[in-house]
Ligand binder design. Structure first.
Ligand SMILES: NC(=O)c1ccc[n+]([C@@H]2O[C@H](COP(=O)([O-])OP(=O)(O)OC[C@H]3O[C@@H](n4cnc5c(N)ncnc54)[C@H](OP(=O)(O)O)[C@@H]3O)[C@@H](O)[C@H]2O)c1
Length: 371
């Protein structure tokens, strides 16, 4: 595809997250980036209407100019020149992951580095059971938990609204490998092409990338997941901005968090047993798990982070229902429901929340179709 000796990074999902990452990779890391579109039509819109250029406004910087970057390479399933994919970033919505990967499966194998940068949980289960069923060809899997905020302006111009960080770790295929040593993480930083790129300067500083063991990432991921399981779904159902619920949401959050933690404790047992098994062992990072992931503290923190600090925010799931787009509910409260089935725990609260979000979306679509 290219004579360029630089590492090649393919990005599936040039939406908000994909765009800010792809542009900063081009600006600050020594690599070439290839956005991969869902269809010929979308590829042509990018190449012809937008001259293969993405624009980013860094809203959090005063007087920041529109940053524009041209991508000399781009593809879609029909135009992809057969070649092994070495580094693949997936920034589609969770429910789009399988469909987006299928066209490229012949070019992905155990030498491919694949990183998922998405909210929610449950995608790895889909990859295991429905996408990479041949264990010997499973890619090297990584997870990114992103706290940057971004929304699309128009065309391929995006507003990077909040700069925070991108936490990354190797994502184990096998649940038995949930705990990693600090040496495991260092090994990837030294020898894995994608992780070397992600942790290289100046990119790592500009995008605030932190590479860590899986258990460290998982603690942050479950924390963020519980925030989303309350804030995203409840604001979507009620059709409100976050701050409107302040002072009146702790009871419903308590029901969601308490039930979610019951199943998460079973599904991620090695994390919840971590302090007992690994505290004081110097090849493992020290983590406080149970004093962070407990119902009463989480409810207090979610109300404060969600409704007070981000009081003016309209959650992404509420926005999805307002703009009549599918939501990620199956990978948030719906994930708890599927874990409940697996571990035989009753998850009535999360099931009800999931059904109400789907009903809200149905209602909004129905009302829009009658106008
Ligand atoms: N936006 C944020 O501030 C934010 C913050 C934290 C986490 N996240 C998480 O990050 C993930 C991505 O969110 P986002 O906001 O970036 O979503 P997004 O703007 O909707 O971007 C998703 C992109 O994936 C593309 N896509 C879908 N199916 C595809 C396929 N089969 N092949 C190629 N491309 C495909 C879409 O293309 P089309 O335009 O053709 O549909 C779209 O450009 C989500 O899990 C979200 O929860 C987002």
């Amino acid at each position: 595809m290219t004579l360029d000796a630089k590492p090649l990074v393919h990005v599936i999902g040039l939406g908000s997250m994909g765009a800010i990452l792809a542009v900063d990779l081009l600006r600050f890391a020594d690599c070439s980036v290839v956005p991969m579109f869902r269809s010929k039509k979308r590829l042509e819109q990018f190449q012809k209407d937008s001259q293969s250029t993405v624009g980013i406004r860094k809203l959090y910087l005063k007087n920041s100019p529109l940053i524009q970057k041209k991508f000399t390479l781009s593809a879609c399933p029909e135009s992809f020149t057969p070649c092994a994919i070495k580094n693949l970033v997936v920034t589609t919505k969770t429910y789009q992951t399988k469909e987006s990967l299928v066209p490229y499966l012949p070019f992905i194998d155990q030498n491919t580095n694949l990183i998922l940068i998405q909210n929610g949980l449950g995608v790895v289960e889909v990859l295991k059971e429905e996408v990479f069923t041949d264990v010997s060809k499973r890619p090297q899997l990584f997870q990114g938990v992103i706290s940057h905020g971004c929304f699309q302006d128009q065309g391929f111009v995006f507003n990077h609204a909040g700069a925070a960080d991108l936490k990354v770790s190797r994502l184990p295929w096998d649940e038995g490998d949930m705990v990693q040593t600090l040496d495991d993480a260092n090994e990837d930083m030294k020898n894995n092409e994608l992780i070397k790129l992600f942790t290289s300067k100046p990119f790592a500083q500009e995008f605030n990338v932190k590479f860590m063991t899986y258990q460290e990432l998982l603690l942050g991921q479950l924390y963020k997941f519980l925030v989303n399981a309350c804030m995203n779904s409840v604001t979507a159902i009620l059709d409100c901005v976050n701050g409107e619920m302040v002072g009146h949401c702790s009871r419903v959050f308590e029901l969601i968090v308490d039930e979610s933690l019951q199943v998460l404790r079973l599904a991620y047992k090695p994390l919840f047993d971590y302090e007992e098994n690994y505290s004081g062992k110097d090849t493992y990072p020290q983590l406080k798990v149970n004093s962070v992931l407990n119902t009463m503290d989480m409810v207090k923190n979610i109300e404060n982070i969600g409704c007070v600090i981000n009081g003016k925010n309209s959650s992404s799931m509420r926005q999805d229902t307002l703009y009549l787009r599918d939501t990620e509910i199956e990978y948030i409260n719906g994930y708890i429901v599927s874990l409940g089935q697996r571990f035989q725990v009753d998850t009535k609260v999360n099931k009800t929340i999931q059904e109400f979000v789907n009903l809200r979306l149905h209602l909004n679509r129905r009302r829009a179709s009658m106008k």
